[in-house]
Design a protein around this ligand. Structure first.
Ligand code: SAM
Length: 482
């Protein structure tokens, strides 16, 4: 018999169905309780402390009440608080990354994914190390510094040794002024020993989407293969943390199950990591099911509107203010624009979701994992971010300086973001502008950097950052960081 316990290491205790059902009932009963909603919103607001701001976040029950609320003025207030948290706490930086698909061999039967084993008409492909190097050079030539590697689950074709070889290859390529400085890894749930190996290979975040927290639906959607095991999948982040990985990334594939259920489960998962390991998730991704080869998203009857999707984004921001939030090119420019205001801190740009896609002239569709809605180039995304008041950042300093897990959080709480992350963003943006940008993007960027340098409070940091930026412009010196 399972019972709700965020400290338990058993999936069905920390993602407890009874507790989720009780939460949904409580949220439904209180969705128009404006006194309670105001109280919850007040709790979520950032509070000034010393030089910085602190946020308390919300419990899964409180956040679920906000998500259930359909009063337009209260939703507007949620959006204001979400934006306030984002700006006060994190700032207007947006970190850029690209996915790199290594292999689409897969032994699982996921009903929403075109890489499922029964799909016999997509070409199966696995990059050789030479091909990985070629993809990395193409990505460096776009200006990328941070990748998320993706692979299907296949112990014969994609064993951990293959993934480790790929990581080594990626880090070893130094083409012109380029370098990949952070490799995040999105591969299937694995053992503590394998997580240790990934940690030792110097990965950034280990990302694993839960897909759905609803156990029965999970088992139905994953009918065959090792991914069928709900407990093994749900407990993966605990094994990753036991293996030494401090930064883990959660996510739900929205559209598979009822979004209110998924939201409660997601926040409970974050609470569990905090309760057991003393640090919450580094990031949360919010993918939605997309059309792909033999996958028709219409077949999943829980798809959500853009409005609900935006509300989910804002409620996640309010509930877990210290967690980065990622939106990929699954979403259109229009949706991404709105989500950036509501708390997103990382976006992908110039993505190809097929194995070997970056070295092809034309966007290949035959091995794509999903249709890409935002098909702009990285340079277009960078320019668009700047024109909308954001600072595109290629920074990878934190984990390289040992600021993982709760150490990043204390940086934010002590108000040091403007003396650390902000200049790092400006220096890495300068690298991008000098080495890769179109002339128009460069002009917009230089003007922005000039203005943003003024916001660095510590005069010494400001002077060092200004000097480093001049060095990047006038020489081949790169990779400055605080
Ligand atoms: N194979 C690994 C696993 O199973 O966790 C990770 C890699 S998989 C390439 C990355 C993610 O893509 C999956 O976790 C899933 O959420 C997402 N995905 C799969 N099919 C999708 C679709 N049709 N639309 C949008 N996202 C999809």
């Amino acid at each position: 018999m399972s019972h709700y316990d965020p400290r338990s290491l058993k999936a069905e205790d920390f993602i407890n169905d009874e507790e989720i059902q009780a939460t949904l009932k409580y949220a439904e009963e209180n969705k128009h309780n404006t006194a309670l909603i105001d109280e919850i919103l007040e709790k979520a607001r950032p509070k000034k402390k010393g030089n910085g701001y602190v946020c308390t976040g919300l419990t899964h029950r409180e956040a679920s009440v906000l998500l259930a609320c359909d009063l337009p003025d209260k939703i507007e207030q949620m959006y204001e608080v979400a934006e306030d948290i984002k700006l006060k706490y994190y700032g207007n930086r947006i970190v850029l990354f690209a996915p790199l698909y290594l292999s689409n061999y897969c032994v699982n039967g996921c009903l929403y994914c075109p890489y499922h084993m029964k799909n016999k008409h997509i070409p199966r492909r696995k990059l050789t190390q030479e091909e990985v190097a070629a993809e990395v050079i193409a990505l460096q030539d776009m200006g990328h510094k941070r990748l998320a590697i993706e692979a299907g689950e296949d112990p014969v074709n994609n064993p951990i040794e293959y993934i480790l070889d790929c990581i080594n290859t990626i880090y070893s390529i130094k083409h012109k002024n380029g370098a990949i400085r952070r490799v995040n890894v999105n591969i299937a749930a694995t053992t503590v020993e394998n997580y240790k190996k990934l940690h030792d290979a110097g990965i950034g975040t280990y990302i694993l989407f839960q897909e759905t927290y609803h156990k029965e639906s999970y088992e139905r959607l994953h009918p065959t293969g090792p991914k069928h095991d709900y407990a093994y999948h749900t407990e993966a982040m605990d094994r990753a943390m036991d293996g030494g990985i401090d930064d883990v990334g959660l996510g739900v594939l929205f559209g598979l199950e009822l979004y209110k259920y998924e939201f409660a489960g997601l926040i409970m998962h974050a609470e569990h990591l905090e309760a057991v390991h003393g640090v919450g998730p580094h990031t949360i991704s919010v993918p939605r099911v997309k059309r792909a080869d033999d996958i028709d998203p219409e077949e999943f009857d829980n798809s959500i509107s853009d409005d609900i999707f935006e509300k989910i984004t804002a409620c996640i921001r309010l509930a877990v203010p210290y967690t980065g939030m990622i939106v990929s090119t699954r979403e259109t420019e229009e949706v991404r624009s709105k989500m950036l205001r509501l708390g997103i801190s990382q976006v992908s740009g110039g993505s190809r979701t097929s194995v070997g896609g970056y070295t092809e002239e034309e966007r290949p569709h035959d091995t794509e994992q999903f249709d890409v809605s935002d098909q702009r180039t990285l340079d277009e995304v960078v320019r668009w971010l700047m024109e909308n008041g954001h600072i595109p950042s290629f920074c990878t300093a934190c984990y390289r300086e040992g600021r993982t897990g709760d150490r990043f959080m204390s940086l934010c709480k002590s108000g040091q973001i403007l003396n650390c992350c902000h200049p790092n963003a400006l220096m890495t943006l300068t690298e991008y502008l000098v080495d890769y940008a179109a002339p128009e993007t460069r002009d917009i960027g230089y003007a922005l950097i000039g203005k943003e340098l003024e916001k660095i409070p510590n005069p010494k940091v400001k002077s060092i950052a200004t000097q480093n930026i001049a060095d990047i412009k006038n020489s081949n010196r790169r990779d400055f960081r605080f």
